[in-house]
Write a protein that binds this ligand. Structure first.
Ligand SMILES: *[C@@H]1O[C@H](CO)[C@@H](O)[C@H](O)[C@H]1NC(C)=O
Ligand SMILES: *[C@@H]1O[C@H](CO)[C@@H](O)[C@H](O)[C@H]1NC(C)=O
Ligand SMILES: *[C@@H]1O[C@H](CO)[C@@H](O)[C@H](O)[C@H]1NC(C)=O
Length: 490
């Protein structure tokens, strides 16, 4: 009997956006590494699958086994949905078309069902062990039900996503009769999160009135989570239990915290990390501020100038990942002379204080380097995990989605973050940014406390992922529990 028949198959299906595909890829590699008894089918639309395959390094030549991850294309024609040709990933779309692609993705339902039936046939009538689907793919619960399959959603954070979930389902910032938006408000079903200000809302929630296309999509999608068998979270139980309990009581389903699951350095496509490392090697311990807004964000021209002045004014060492500001082609060459204060780049270089990196930096190498003292970040969940996994405190500048709530969580619940600004359009004053940078980077009590807390969380992450004989960390145990629940159903 071939080895293949003995293995259980797991189907992973992320939404078509880099920020969703990458964590699913990390999950696939994690399962492949830790659970020898499973094969993985990674499903996406053709262009995304092709990009993934070309970005992944070939398996090490010494390895005798081939990968147990199979990439499978599901047909999708963007033009049939009023989208531009080849629009299969939100990253190449302007903001108004993103929700259009999200709506269009629900049309994948019949093809996804056919695919699951094909997999079953190929395996001699044995259906997949489970389907693990994206936070935007609530509709896949229906397919799983029809085929009698175990189903889970794979989400990122607990607390931040609980806020996001609650907000969409109740729109508490809006007076439904007058349409007025309240200055501040609470979440009735998540009082633990305390008060919110309207500036902490991502644009699509701020503008939502229950009838717009984001509301229409999310209210259906998030309600369908109740039909799933549970939710996997890329977080740690001891760290994120407030948000996890929200989902347990809201959905009446298990919430398995299985993180942090991150791509290893080896699995990142990329530029050589040497130049950043050499530069960091020359700096004192904890003296460098690393600033990056993630791979798919940028700030306004005036925010960029103010941030530059703050970095320079603080006199701290910094590595800053720059991208053209809002209003310019994000993929064009960075024009420092035009977008940064006069002489900024030269002074940063001549003084040895600043390293300006275009577009992409080896983030994990930077965050794990002893010279790095703090991370000025948009607080996307992967960045948060990578920082805390290295005991690095944050300076938060949320941009979209649940990032504002991640900042709130890290600042209010854990004291490992100081918020510096909100969003891509807010007015930012360099004096204020500078004060925050100094607060976190100076040898203050505040800094000591933040670093101590960040290291405490780092230890939590270490012990959650510990897997020695007879001693399993909470995240390892949770992944076992998840597979056991799926096996019971099988
Ligand atoms: C692997 O899965 C097969 C089929 O479900 C099962 O019979 C076998 O015991 C499993 N092996 C391990 C080591 O879990
Ligand atoms: C996101 O990244 C993609 C791929 O590099 C790029 O084409 C797109 O313009 C980026 N969008 C933003 C807002 O950064
Ligand atoms: C940080 O340290 C510098 C240099 O000692 C000092 O001028 C500045 O006022 C300090 N800022 C804060 C917020 O403590």
């Amino acid at each position: 009997m071939g080895e293949r028949e003995e293995k259980e198959n797991i189907v992973l299906f992320p939404f078509m956006a880099q920020g969703h595909i990458i964590p699913f890829l990390a999950l696939a590699l994690h399962i492949e590494r830790t659970k020898k008894n499973y094969t993985i089918t990674f499903v996406n639309t053709p262009l995304n699958i092709q990009n993934l395959k070309s970005a992944l390094p070939p398996p090490p030549s010494a390895s005798t086994s081939t990968s147990r991850i199979r990439f499978v294309e599901i047909p999708f024609n963007s033009e049939e949905h009023g989208l531009p040709p080849h629009a299969e990933n939100t990253d190449i779309l302007p903001y108004p078309l993103i929700i259009k692609l999200i709506h269009a993705s629900t049309s994948l339902r019949p093809a996804f069902k056919t695919l699951l039936q094909q997999i079953t046939q190929e395996q001699g009538g044995k259906p997949p062990l489970c389907v693990i689907a994206d936070i935007f793919f609530g509709w896949t619960t229906g397919v799983a039900r029809e085929l009698g399959l175990f189903h889970a959603i794979f989400s990122s954070c607990g607390f931040g996503f609980a806020c996001y979930y609650s907000l969409w389902l109740s729109l508490p910032h809006r007076n439904m009769e007058s349409g007025e938006v309240y200055e501040s408000f609470e979440l009735q079903d998540f009082i633990e999160a305390s008060r919110f200000h309207k500036t902490q809302l991502p644009l699509n929630i701020l503008e939502a009135d229950g009838t717009d296309s984001w509301s229409v999509f999310q209210r259906k999608n998030l309600a369908e989570w109740k039909d799933s068998d549970g939710v996997l979270f890329n977080t740690v139980e001891e760290f994120d239990e407030v948000g996890l309990s929200y989902f347990r009581r809201k959905l009446g389903r298990p919430a398995w915290a299985i993180g942090p699951i991150l791509l290893s350095k080896e699995n990142r496509a990329g530029v050589s990390a040497d130049s950043c490392k050499d530069w960091l090697d020359t700096k004192p311990e904890g003296s460098v501020l690393y600033a990056s807004f993630g791979s798919n964000n940028t700030i306004s021209p005036s925010q960029m100038i103010q941030l530059a002045m703050a970095l320079e004014g603080s006199g701290k060492n910094f590595i800053w990942v720059v991208r053209p500001p809002i209003g310019f082609d994000i993929n064009s060459e960075f024009r420092a002379k035009e977008w940064l204060p006069p002489g900024f780049e030269e002074r940063a270089k001549d003084s040895g204080r600043g390293l300006i990196v275009q577009r992409w930096a080896p983030q994990v190498e930077i965050l794990s380097h002893r010279s790095t003292g703090a991370f000025l970040s948009h607080c996307g969940w992967n960045s948060v995990l990578e920082a805390l996994n290295n005991g690095v405190p944050l300076i938060g500048w949320g941009m979209a989605a649940e990032q504002f709530f991640n900042v709130k969580f890290l600042e209010e619940e854990w004291g490992v973050c100081v918020e510096v600004a909100r969003g891509k359009t807010c007015e930012v004053r360099h004096e204020d940014v500078r004060t925050k940078i100094e607060l976190v980077m100076n040898q203050t009590e505040k800094r000591k406390e933040m670093t101590r807390k960040a290291c405490e969380i780092k230890e939590m992450m270490r012990s959650a992922t510990r897997d020695e004989d007879g001693s399993k960390g909470s995240s390892v145990q949770a992944l076992d529990d998840f597979f056991n629940a799926a096996m019971l159903r099988h």
